[in-house]
Design a protein around this ligand. Structure first.
Ligand code: TXA
Ligand code: MG
Length: 339
């Protein structure tokens, strides 16, 4: 895999024009991109990632005007959100137009669109002259990559090139909100928070899958939500409760080989070498930025079981909570109920 930079973007653009894949940086996570209007190029993404065929992709654009061709309608509330949050970590789902190939939408009649704020992402899209379909550039099921090293770990040998845009500043994938039904519905929480969205367009629905385990019998509205996701190789157990209870619990558990704590900065002095912090207790942006690289680091440290301190669910904390509970396969211990 060759590593390109801002001075060699023409090479990335050439690959895209030839129907090949390139990993591009975005402010959220690195994306595995191809020409979104070329169904054959898009199917290569599924093969390289090992992604289930029924999981649709996000289409990335460089300018708001490019969205019009991709959709058959653009409700006013969606317009209000894109005016405020584009470019940035917000994806909207709208009824698709005929030019979007079914490989992108996995046969659905809606399309997910996002305009990233990373300058290199926008430059690559503009120079390519086409919108780019791009899921996170990880192997299906593993944590999304937030640095070039992560990309090489997962995609080396499977994709020809990655454009180095530095470490991702957001660190978790975009907020996904759907306008395909009566009331706007949040499918995936991200850096654009529910509170910020509701301030602008009023009440939205939060899809059940944001908090709770998908019910095998019900077809999820966003296919990606049914898969176990974002996980390190180690088993993750999410633990909630006071700091004192968490620390006592982890001290008991971390006696065994391969057991580690994924905790706040404030907990580390009490836990020692088997603890890795994913940020300060009240700094949700820092937690989001560090979470996925902590998963990878814990794997490299030889972790077999990880006791992760559960984040708050307000603001961007909800995005961190959502990724952690999925990584944990909904394994949750609530210490506040224990004496
Ligand atoms: O921040 C991001 O969104 C990153 C960067 C690369 O832009 N991309 C990303 O893509 O996270 P991906 O494929 O890993 O996640 C896209 C999610 C999936 O859960 C998928 O099921 C959902 O969006 N999705 C895409 N199109 C959809 C549609 N038409 N209807 C419902 N859900 C959709
Ligand atoms: Mg993904």
């Amino acid at each position: 895999m060759i590593v390109l930079d801002e001075n060699s973007l023409d090479c990335a653009v050439e690959l895209i024009k030839n129907g090949e894949l390139v990993v591009i940086p975005t402010e959220t996570v690195y994306g595995l991109a191809s020409n979104a209007l070329d169904g054959k190029a898009v199917s290569k993404i599924f093969a390289a990632k090992g992604r289930p065929q029924d999981n649709p992709l996000i289409v990335h654009i460089a300018d708001i005007s490019e969205a019009d061709n991709l959709v058959s309608s653009f409700p006013e509330k969606a317009e209000v959100l894109t005016e405020k949050f584009w470019p940035g970590p917000l994806t909207i789902i709208l009824p698709k137009s005929d030019i979007v190939p079914e490989e992108v939408t996995a046969g659905l009649d809606t399309v997910a669109i996002r305009m990233p704020s990373h300058p290199l992402a926008r430059k690559i899209i503009s120079l390519s002259g086409v919108p780019l379909a791009a899921p996170s550039a990880n192997r299906s099921g593993s944590p999304s990559p937030t640095s070039v090293c992560h990309v090489i770990e997962d995609m080396g040998g499977r994709v020809k090139a990655v454009v180095d845009g530095g470490n991702c500043t957001v660190g978790v994938e975009s907020t996904v909100i759907s306008f395909a039904q009566e009331k706007p519905r949040l499918f995936r929480p991200g850096a654009v928070t529910t509170e910020e969205i509701e301030d602008l367009i009023g009440d939205i629905e939060i899809d059940k899958a944001v908090y709770s385990k998908p019910d095998g019998a019900i077809k999820p509205s966003s296919p990606g939500m049914k898969y176990k996701h974002y996980s390190p190789r180690a088993d993750v157990i999410m633990v909630s409760g006071s700091q004192e209870k968490y620390i006592n619990f982890v001290k008991e558990q971390c006696g065994r080989e391969g057991a580690y704590a994924l905790c706040y900065d404030e907990d580390v002095p009490f836990l020692g070498a088997r603890a890795l912090s994913y940020g300060k207790k009240d700094d949700f942006s820092e937690q989001a930025r560090k979470l996925f690289s902590c998963f990878r680091k814990l794997d490299s440290m030889g972790a077999e079981i990880i006791f992760a301190r559960a984040p708050e669910r307000t603001g961007m904390g909800l995005a961190v909570y959502n990724r952690l509970i999925r990584a944990a396969g909904f394994n949750f211990i609530d210490l506040s109920r224990r004496h």
